[in-house]
Design a protein around this ligand. Sequence first.
Ligand SMILES: *Cc1c(COP(=O)(O)O)cnc(C)c1O
Length: 391
Amino acid sequence: MSNIAEMVYLDYAASTPADPRVVDVMTPLFGAGGDFANPSSGHTAGRRSSAHVERAAGQLAELLGCKEEQLVWTSGATESDNLAIVGAARYRADRGRHLITMPTEHKAVADVFHVLEKRGFEVSWLRPDDTGVLDPANLEAAIRPDTQLVSIMQVNNETGVIQDIEALGALCRERDVLFHVDAAQSVGKLPLALASLPVDLLSTTAHKVYGPKGIGALYIADRPGCHVEPLIYGGGQQGGRRPGTLAVPLIAGFGEAARIARCEMQENHEHLRSLRERLWSGIRDLDGIVRNGSDSHSFPGILNVSIEDVEGESLLLALEPLCVATGSACNSTSQEPSSVLRALGRSDLLAQSAIRFSFGRPTTSAEVDLAVARYREAVARLRDIAPGRAA
Ligand SMILES: *Cc1c(COP(=O)(O)O)cnc(C)c1O
């Protein structure tokens, strides 16, 4: 076990640390003497708590380019995805029982569709091309008169591939089909202007963008037919769409994270781009290396590579003290190769050797250089001890 000081954290797609400015906003909201009161209470203390929530809603709405009333606070992107898909499916059940998504979606979306399939909905799983990008023509061909909802993520969490949500959403609008976007990896990282985008439902989470864990939001467009049935029932907060006492400190932290992300987006983007270039140019000459995902349509904070004749789990161990993800990061309880990489046409073996490096604001070029050195060493060492491989 390496200690924290020796760790090189390159797993920002799994979670980011809260920005110190976010922590400063949140800390005073927990204890006595701070604004801890229930924001639903009508007294002075309640109104003070409520003001923090309103400010945060304004900050998040500004980042997303939408109105504050269009946001529902949730516990994160998993809940937002569930509320969007199950909530809309329940509300619009009379409209038809056909749904469309992709096998490259996060589990928080894909598993919801698996459950709905068992409950009598029919799901079309659209495959991307071998770089991970979906051709809008494939969506157009899949939409039927009984299609009620399409769910496609903006930035893929394993490969960084970006889908053209504007083109995909426009096709949905034409046919009066609801369009949900899981934007957990893109909010605060790519510019978004929801007021002018054909998106009906959009999921976000704070902890992927230097906010706290346990808070997210669902954007719901105010259009006729765009409505979700609640998944839980209670005190009627948030118009009954998601009741329960609001998590004021977490919400305030999310608001501050959104404010920072908006101000520093361009600068962060350049930083990530140069880190990814540095890493890829340090390893791209290795024999049998394959980049997973599109070079032209991708978010620069993620680099996913597979390599021939190297076993993934051994590689992960050999890479210590780098904290990176394997191809099966999101199914860490199973040894199944990533369904995302299989959808890109990778063999099981190649998918199993996949390593996802993901960078963040705190990442330095020295850390990337160390990752390059570690990766090259680990690959050479594992190939050396693997029996039966010609040198
Ligand atoms: C992290 C992530 C989620 C889950 O978000 P939580 O806030 O951890 O529930 C969902 N979708 C994508 C694309 C993600 O990257």
